[in-house]
Each structure stands twice: as structure tokens, then as C-alpha cells.
Design a protein around this ligand. Structure first.
Ligand code: DX5
Ligand code: ZN
Length: 230
């Protein structure tokens, strides 16, 4: 049956970009059809890696017109909402596992006029999100264990995407489903057919010889997969 639902989008993760040429890398992804940019923030505690923070969001905000989504992989995310909001984030994802006060933090994001997103690790079931689904514009399914780019997609993630798509029908389609980690040309069709509509991709876009071509191919393959009757 042909599906009709929200348009599928790609969200290139700058984690895999060359940070010495960030403006050029972002423009290359935009030229390939990216309508948002994904920024991975890691603190060395919630995940075993360190990346970038508020100053990078502040720096890229003026060089792109597309929304910036910030994926907080940090402990105590509530204490950074103001700073990322001020830096120009449009959506902030908070991990369900990172705070016992998820409702409070998601509401804090919304009160600042931003879109709130919630992310879940591979070991976290979607059912744990039921009480907050009406607060979020997007649910992010981690399809690798967070902390590093370039990992392999965990196949079990497809079942979680399907479950969230089924739950969405009870929330009047009120949230989008993002998938993050190991998204590539070879698996994007089954990912979007499972119900994902935001495709976060780092390695497959920025480690390719031409990020514009790679972003466009990923988007087109996703759109084709949805257009084909399944
Ligand atoms: C991993 C990050 C992802 C990651 C995706 O913890 O949240 O955004 O960078 O990168 P690839 O596409 O390389 O898996
Ligand atoms: Zn991410």
C-alpha cells in the first residue's frame, strides 16, 4: 500500500564533517537537499566521547538558513537548554536515559519556543516515552550505541521505528521519527518503510568524495522507497 505521510528529510550530522571547513561542508549538504543540520554534543560522561558544544552552534547559526537540531548526549541536559537556545538551536533532543526529569526538561525546551525532541538508546523501549509523546515534535531512535560515528546499524532498530509509527497513530501524527546511526544508501529504504522520516546521517554524507552528491542520493533513495508500492 502506498503511504502518505510527512515528507522524509535528511539531517546530515556534522560529527563526520571536516571541522576546519564547517561552513563549506554545511553548504555542500544543503546543496544536496539537506533541510536541517544535526549537531552531536557529547560530554565524555553520558557517552564515552567528547565533541562540540554551544560555541559551534553559535558559529554555524549565521552561515546557514536551515534549522539546526542539537542532539544532547550529556548528563544533566536541563542545565544547558538556555545556552543552546540562545546559540540558535531550533530543536533540542534530550535522552530519556540522561535525566529523571524528562517532562521538566522537554517543557523547558518548549517554553523557550524551540521544538523538543526525545532520544532513546538501543536498549531503551519506546514504551518508556508514552507519558511525554505529546510534548515532542520528534522521537530519535539511536540505531547504534551513541558516542561515535561510523558504526553499523543495529537491525532491531527497525522494530522500534515500527512501534513508534504505530504509537504515532494514537497521537494524531504529532511527532516525527528520526533515526540516528549507521544510516546509508544500502539500508535507507527499509528504514523509511519502517516509518522513519528524519534520516540523520554523518559518515555516508561527509566521508564521501562529494557530500552534495551523497546527500542527494540518500534523499532520493528514501523518497523512491516511499513512492514504490510495498
Ligand atoms: C552518534 C551520533 C550520530 C552519528 C551518526 O552518537 O548521534 O549522529 O554521528 O553518524 P553515522 O552516520 O556515521 O553513524
Ligand atoms: Zn546524533
Amino acid at each position: 500500500m502506498k503511504r502518505s505521510r510527512v515528507r522524509v528529510e535528511i539531517s546530515p550530522s556534522i560529527l563526520a564533517a571536516n571541522f576546519a571547513s564547517l561552513e563549506r561542508e554545511i553548504h555542500a549538504a544543503e546543496a544536496g537537499g539537506a533541510r536541517q543540520i544535526h549537531v552531536d554534543v557529547m560530554d565524555g560522561h553520558f557517552v564515552p566521547n567528547l565533541t562540540v558544544g554551544v560555541p559551534v552552534v553559535t558559529s554555524i547559526r549565521p552561515v546557514t538558513t536551515v534549522p539546526i537540531e542539537v542532539h544532547l548526549m550529556i548528563d544533566n541536559p536541563g542545565s544547558f537548554i538556555d545556552r543552546f537556545a540562545h546559540a540558535g538551536a531550533d530543536r533540542i533532543y534530550v535522552h530519556q536515559e540522561a535525566t529523571p526529569h524528562l517532562d521538566r526538561v522537554l517543557n523547558a525546551i518548549r517554553e523557550r519556543g524551540l521544538e523538543a525532541g526525545v532520544a532513546i538508546n538501543p536498549s531503551t523501549p519506546p514504551s518508556l516515552l508514552e507519558e511525554v509523546l505529546d510534548l515532542v515534535s520528534a522521537v530519535l531512535v539511536m540505531s547504534v550505541n551513541p558516542g561515535f560515528g561510523g558504526q553499523r546499524f543495529i537491525p532491531r532498530s527497525l522494530a522500534k521505528i515500527r512501534e513508534l509509527a504505530e504509537m504515532r497513530s494514537r497521537y494524531n501524527g504529532g511527532y516525527r521519527i528520526a533515526v540516528d546511526g549507521g544510516v546509508e544508501l544500502e539500508n535507507v529504504a527499509e528504514i523509511v518503510r519502517a516509518g522513519a522520516d528524519i534520516l540523520i546521517a554523518g559518515t555516508c554524507v561527509f566521508h564521501s568524495p562529494d557530500p552534495t552528491v551523497a546527500a542527494r542520493q540518500l534523499l532520493e533513495r528514501a523518497q523512491e522507497a516511499l513512492a514504490v508500492k510495498v
